[in-house]
Design a protein around this ligand. Structure first.
Ligand code: ASP
Ligand code: MG
Length: 605
């Protein structure tokens, strides 16, 4: 006897027949001895139809009225499903978000859930009823019952939040695909179904454009230890289990707006090696990291900044005790990797290797960083208030890492813990040898790259730039601060590059140009024609050569890498947009993700 939350997406309730099939499945779950709360989306593409309807009346409908309109879609499907259940002899009752008591913040069209009342739900469950709850909606004000919605695709989030509030045994997400795949099967037909994935991995993938799950749903599952499974509503196949690895789930308070940052980590055992002005052509990163992997050197952070002219800078960190060895590799490679123009022209500086034998890496991690640009900005601001200069910045969806001088580490972590109200711990680079180094590959074609050049290299610049963007709700991904410093007059300058969602490009560029004007030699460049390809896997920690294999796969296809960033469990590369799909296919196959061995397990070469 358990309590199960089942969520059915739009296609699963897209017609009368499908609603009846869902009712049957729900009833079977009850017959197996479970209490069931069902969350449904609007039927088929009806939310899209409502959006179109609004647009035929107003080009910019106000967000409150959009919520009033879009929330009706779910009201149709909950009542019909409830009728279908009653028709087959299963007691059921449908409830809107307001009737349940799903309270959200007052942000129309993108509200986060604050709390969910459980008394009415529990009462109906006790009466032996299946409760059918409208997904994607809540109310922001208990008195006025202002209707809010959670953002497109938000029914997943409703379901997992209900599971957390009711402490359900499992949250089952039913959809029209068999579960979570190694990559998008429309682009890579060999994509394989995963039996299991951790919340951390899923969070990265979900926000990287793998559309199976709303990232916020994964965030809640992660924070509150909800056991979740994604499976097909057409078959009885087991689907993909999403496992939460958090030992002690957070207490339920301010559900989605709890602490955005779960922890501050530092690592004082790293050394930084930077190669300046290496050639910007395919194969350079592959050769360098291939040799490092060959020598069994485990590289942690890698960043490569946007190219300038025909050269790039690549910087990475390794364990201090392997610093000399890594430096030797970099030095041996330097001349080979110099660009042709440098070889021809004596005016251009040759490539150069810079070593800093002890740096500190400080990171903030947490599912709540997703979609909240002010968090990274706040981190930069905190460090700049202390006068700490950021050397490298590398970000992923759930992690922002900076390298700073080792002597600044203690001050930095103390301040960050205070600001984000969390504990600090030395980073434990636990290797997960039993997990595959790469679980999935994602392609994001909806990003644009922006760079601001000649930013004075002094504390506070990154904070200023990313605070400005955050104030306009622009989420930034893959922030990269170049290693190369360019003296202009008496000022040392650096470039800062990052990616944003393509739809935010115009606004971000305008804001950046305003900042550039206040700098003496600031200059902004933008590139819409990019693709971001990422590999994700917890098993890559402590597993040398994973990044190298990705770079080699790209090199083999003659695909040039424009930018690189990494987190502990992810490596992302920016390539030119038109090579995105080829890059995805090459990388997916390089990790053997399309092959099954005899036992039906994926083979990891
Ligand atoms: N009906 C809403 C949408 O289409 C919510 C959902 O389906 O999750 O975005
Ligand atoms: Mg959906």
């Amino acid at each position: 006897m358990g309590l199960i939350i089942q969520k059915y997406g739009g296609t699963s309730v897209g017609s009368v027949e499908r609603i009846q099939a869902v009712a049957q499945r729900v009833k079977n779950t009850v017959l197996q001895g479970n209490s069931v709360v069902v969350v449904v989306s609007a039927m088929g593409k009806s939310t899209d139809a409502l959006v179109q309807l609004a647009q035929s009346i107003s080009a910019h409908p106000c967000r409150r009225e959009m919520d009033m309109l879009l929330s009706t879609g779910e009201q149709v499907s909950i009542s019909l499903l409830s009728m279908a259940l009653q028709e087959i002899g299963q007691a059921a009752i449908s409830l809107t978000g307001a009737q349940v008591g799903i309270v959200t913040e007052p942000e129309h069209t993108r509200a986060r859930i604050l709390e969910i009342a459980t008394d009415r739900l529990e009462r109906h469950l006790k009466e032996g009823k299946v409760v059918v709850v409208a997904g994607f909606q809540g109310t922001s004000n208990k008195l006025d019952l202002e209707v809010t919605t959670l953002g497109r695709g938000g029914s997943d989030t409703s379901a997992v939040a209900l599971a957390a509030a009711l402490k359900a045994d499992c949250c089952e997400i039913y959809t029209d695909v068999p579960g979570v795949l190694t990559t998008d099967p429309r682009l890579v037909p060999e994509a394989q179904l995963l039996a299991e994935i951790t919340c951390e991995e899923m969070l990265e993938l979900a926000s990287l454009g793998a559309n199976v799950l709303h990232p916020r749903a994964v965030e809640i599952a992660h924070n509150y230890g909800v056991q979740m499974v994604v499976r097909s509503s057409w078959t009885d196949a087991p689907g993909t289990r999403i496992v939460s690895t958090l030992e002690q789930p957070d207490v339920l308070q301010n559900l989605e707006l709890g602490r955005p940052v779960a922890a501050v980590h530092y690592d004082l055992s790293q050394a930084k090696i930077a190669l300046l002005r290496v050639a910007d052509h395919p194969g350079v990163a592959a050769e360098l990291f291939g040799e490092l992997a060959h020598q069994n050197l485990d590289v942690d952070l890698i960043i490569q900044s946007i190219h300038e002219g025909d050269s790039n800078d690549i910087a990475f960190t390794v364990a201090q005790n392997r610093c000399n060895q890594a430096e030797a590799v970099a030095t041996a490679f330097g001349p080979m990797l110099s660009s042709l123009a440098q070889v021809k022209s004596s005016e251009i500086l040759p490539s150069e290797v810079l070593v800093e034998p002890q740096v500190a890496k400080v990171s903030i991690v947490g599912a709540g960083i997703i979609g909240r640009p002010q968090i990274a900005a706040q981190m930069f601001k905190t460090l700049s208030n202390l006068g700490i200069n950021l050397q490298m910045i590398s970000t992923s969806e759930v992690n922002v890492s900076c390298t700073i001088a080792a002597t600044d580490c203690q001050r930095a972590t103390r301040a960050l813990c205070e600001v984000f109200e969390v504990n600090c711990s030395a980073l434990n680079r636990l290797s997960h040898q039993n997990l595959p180094p790469v679980r999935g590959v994602a392609l994001d074609l909806h990003q644009a790259a922006l760079a601001i050049r000649n930013v004075p290299d002094r504390p506070g610049m990154a904070a200023h730039i990313f605070e400005t963007l955050a104030a306009h709700s622009i989420s930034v991904d893959m922030i990269i601060q170049s290693q190369r410093s360019r003296p202009i007059g008496s000022t040392i300058t650096r470039d800062i590059a990052f990616t944003v969602a393509a739809i935010d490009l115009d606004l971000a560029q305008t804001l950046l140009e305003e900042i550039a004007q206040t700098l003496e030699h600031g200059e902004v460049t933008a590139d819409l024609a990019i693709a971001k390809i990422s590999i994700v896997g917890m098993g890559m920690v402590g597993h040398p050569g994973v990044a190298a294999r990705m770079f080699a796969a790209l090199a083999q296809e003659q695909i040039n890498i424009q930018m690189i960033t990494t987190s502990e469990i992810r490596v992302s590369c920016v390539v030119v947009a038109e090579q995105g799909v080829a890059a995805l296919q090459a990388v997916h196959s390089a990790f053997g993700l399309g092959e099954l061995d005899q036992a039906g397990e994926r083979s990891v070469p």
